[in-house]
Structures are given as C-alpha cells and as structure tokens.
Design a protein around this ligand. Structure first.
Ligand SMILES: [Zn+2]
Length: 121
C-alpha cells in the first residue's frame, strides 16, 4: 500500500523513473476512461500478494485514472475477503479510499462494509 516506506526511497524513485521511461509515459493499464498520460507506476502483482516491489517486469506505467480505479478494485477485493473472514490484516485501514466518488471520506465498519464519513480525504 502507499504507506510502504520503500515508496520514499531513492531506489524507488529511480525504479519509477525507469519504468515510466520504458513505457514512454504511456498508461499500460488502459481501463475505461484512461487518460493515457502515465504519472504513476503500478505493481502488476500487488506487493501484498507476493509481487516484487522493485522488479521492472512487475511494474507498468499507469495514468491517474487507472491508478485510482485499480486501487478501488483492490480495496473492494480486500473488503470482500475481510467479509468472508479471511486474514483480518488484509482489511483496509483508515480513511484512505472512498468507494463512492460523492463521499468525501469513508470508514469501514466491522463487517467490512463502507460508510461515508466526514474528514480529510
Ligand atoms: Zn490509464
């Protein structure tokens, strides 16, 4: 997740730059609504699922739109897993993500469902 301290490392900045250059700053995710201009780098296999953090073959350039869409898909998947009673550590933490664009922030109830809340997004 974005709280991983490795995102702040010099090695990550270098890796990110190299992957963006390799993909010519062109989004490789290409979901519906893709803006094509990549400013983010996405882990193809999420690090939490054992994907390599720094391996270029596990990385691809991503536009902001696709980056957020993938993140929301991932959160929905984690919430689903949490509801099914698998590893509670997989449950998303805090108010980092908002599943509904009209919500300014949200919390996650004990049963894994989302609820809108006020606060800093
Ligand atoms: Zn895109």
């Amino acid at each position: 997740m974005s709280t991983d301290p490795r995102y702040k490392s010099h090695a990550w900045r270098q890796t990110r730059k190299a992957v963006l250059a390799r993909d010519r700053h062109e989004c490789q995710v290409k979901l519906e609504g893709c803006t094509k201009v990549a400013k983010h780098v996405d882990h193809i296999t999420p690090v939490a699922d054992g994907g390599s953090f720094f391996l270029h073959s596990n990385l691809r350039a991503s536009c902001g739109h696709c980056n957020v869409s993938l993140r929301n898909q991932r959160i929905a998947e984690l919430a689903r897993q949490a509801r099914q009673g698998s590893d509670p550590n997989l449950r998303p933490q805090g108010n980092y993500y908002k599943p509904d664009p009209t919500w300014t922030a949200f919390g996650i109830a004990d049963d894994g469902s989302y609820y809108p809340s006020s606060g800093i997004w």
